[in-house]
Unconditional design. Structure first.
Length: 283
């Protein structure tokens, strides 16, 4: 396949399920994006606006959301409640992207796209949710939405290689940045929990070593056109129908004849997908 970049999402997919990585890169995206993903994207684009102006945040939100109806937990009214709460809480002050960061059409004024040359065979790309200032310190802004308890999400994010990769990208522009400002929006409330935590430079180095090893394996599979399609972190659940959360390829995995389903679900044409999301999903 024609690989031209890697992202945290694709690295994670490969490490958890090479089959998911392969299908993501070779099948067209499923036609309809799920409501949870669209709501997450719209909220990521607009939440920092609400610190200044709730109406401006709604405008940005609706620009991504369109005229979808949503569901009980994800709809424009719910977004407005979140903005109103965040406007009052004022946990942080948003800062514009650092000078020199690339501009990408369609991104909000806070999101920061990056292309990281980490010594890999391919560039590592993604985008950061933003940069904020709290207590006189610049911090990486990271947002998660959840329908579960927020404390578990805070612990999970602190240990995630995702923030270490994001910090590596931000360090290219701000060499002395060391901390993450995490906001977890629980949709059931709404309720917003804030946490600030440091990312150790040794954790960043170890994460980049992990990335480098995955890169070598991916290039090796690609060179030999030999992908380990029977390995998956969620194999054991397939027979019970409880596959990895939000995996769009679950119907293929549950079928005895996935090739016959591909035209029905994905339009049939193989391609080299670049449709990846580095954030915007719910935990
Ligand atoms: S459903 Fe599970 S096994 Fe199938 S592609 Fe997704 S993660 Fe992999």
């Amino acid at each position: 396949m024609n690989l031209d970049h890697l992202s945290y999402t694709s690295l994670l997919a490969f490490s958890q399920c090479p089959k998911r990585f392969y299908w993501n890169k070779t099948l067209p995206p499923a036609e309809e994006e799920g409501i949870a993903l669209t709501f997450g994207k719209a909220l990521h684009a607009s939440l920092l606006d609400s610190l200044e102006d709730v109406d401006k945040a709604m405008e940005t939100f609706l620009g991504v959301w369109g005229n979808r109806e949503g569901d009980r937990l994800r709809n424009p009214q719910k977004a407005k409640e979140i903005f109103q709460l965040y406007h009052v809480l004022k946990h942080c002050k948003p800062l514009p992207p650092p000078e020199g960061t690339p501009k990408v059409e369609g991104m909000s004024r806070w999101e920061i796209p990056f292309i990281l040359d980490a010594g890999l065979s391919l560039p590592l790309v993604g985008y950061l949710d933003g940069l904020v200032e709290t207590d006189g310190h610049k911090r990486l802004f990271e947002l998660k939405t959840t329908t579960f308890n927020s404390s578990g999400i805070i612990d999970a994010v602190q240990d995630s290689p995702q923030v270490a990769i994001y910090m590596a990208a931000l360090l290219e522009y701000i060499p002395d940045i060391t901390e993450v400002h995490l906001e977890v929006v629980s949709l059931k409330g709404p309720d917003i929990s804030c946490s600030v935590f440091p990312v150790d430079i040794s954790d960043i180095k170890r994460t980049m070593e992990w990335v480098s090893r995955l890169d070598i394996m991916i290039q090796d599979c690609n060179r030999n056109d030999d992908w380990p399609m029977n390995l998956s972190a969620c194999n054991s659940y397939i027979t019970t129908g409880v596959c990895m959360k939000n995996c769009p390829y679950k119907p293929l995995c549950m079928s005895d004849d996935p090739q016959s389903l591909i035209p029905v679900l994905f339009g049939g044409q193989s391609h080299d997908s670049t449709q990846e999301s580095s954030s915007g999903s719910e935990a």
